[in-house]
Design a protein around this ligand. Structure first.
Ligand SMILES: [Zn+2]
Length: 228
């Protein structure tokens, strides 16, 4: 074999090796990419729940429902019994659109300041109002001010629902501050407290949904977090 032929063979071999190496690295790169940016399965999305107290509100609740529907998100609404009066259609809309309804007592009272029988009546009256309106008994109650009456669970079979993240939306009534606070504090399994009776809360809630969905969170109703 002439010197020239040997050089030619070596050059061909070099090109083939380089091509093989390049193909290998491209393959491993795309495998890596699939693993890094691939879709998370349902179990891998951390679950959190948005909850809204003190409604229904004839203006802000429908606005919130529109925004949640657009995003395919379900939330939990703890309704004040007396606010249901005159807003029955709205309450049925909340249920029809797949949200969970709980009671926030009938008159928004601080249960631990009442006698046992009065506290029980408040919770049951709120619950009955929801049943009269929607035909469904709610299993969940959010005690106003977070004050549950000691031993009330002995005579009421409803589950009291607290929260882990307080948006303080009623206090600041500032969309940017509400969003910042919730996004900073939230973690897997958390229940977020908000109120659908302020425009700023509705705006903030929808921004929170957008930001946290982007971060991989999955919004569920509180029964999914509490009854697992
Ligand atoms: Zn309240």
């Amino acid at each position: 074999m002439s010197k020239n032929k040997i050089w030619l063979c070596l050059a061909v071999l070099l090109v083939l090796t380089a091509a093989a190496a390049l193909k290998y690295s491209t393959d491993s790169f795309s495998e890596l990419n699939i693993q890094t940016v691939g879709e998370l399965s349902d179990e891998e999305h951390p679950k959190i729940a948005l909850t809204f107290d003190d409604g229904p509100h004839p203006v802000y609740t429908p606005k919130l429902l529109d925004g949640l529907k657009e995003r395919g998100i379900h939330a939990t609404f703890f309704l004040i019994g007396k606010n249901i009066e005159g807003n029955e259609e709205l309450v049925n809309r909340i249920q029809e659109e797949g949200h969970l309804i709980g009671s926030h007592t009938y008159n928004h009272v601080q249960l631990n300041k009442l006698s046992e029988s009065k506290a029980r009546d408040e919770v049951l009256k709120g619950c009955n109002k929801i049943y009269e309106t929607t035909g469904t008994y709610s299993s969940f109650v959010r005690p106003p001010y977070g004050s549950w009456k000691k031993n009330l669970d002995f005579c009421i079979t409803m589950i009291p629902v607290s929260w882990n993240v307080d948006s303080l939306d009623w206090k600041t009534q500032n969309t940017e501050k509400i969003v910042k606070r919730v996004v900073k504090d939230v973690g897997e399994g958390d229940i977020i407290l908000m109120h659908d009776i302020f425009d700023t809360s509705v705006e903030a809630a929808l921004q929170i949904v957008d930001t946290l969905t982007e971060e991989g969170y999955q919004f569920v109703t509180v029964d999914e977090l509490l009854l697992e």
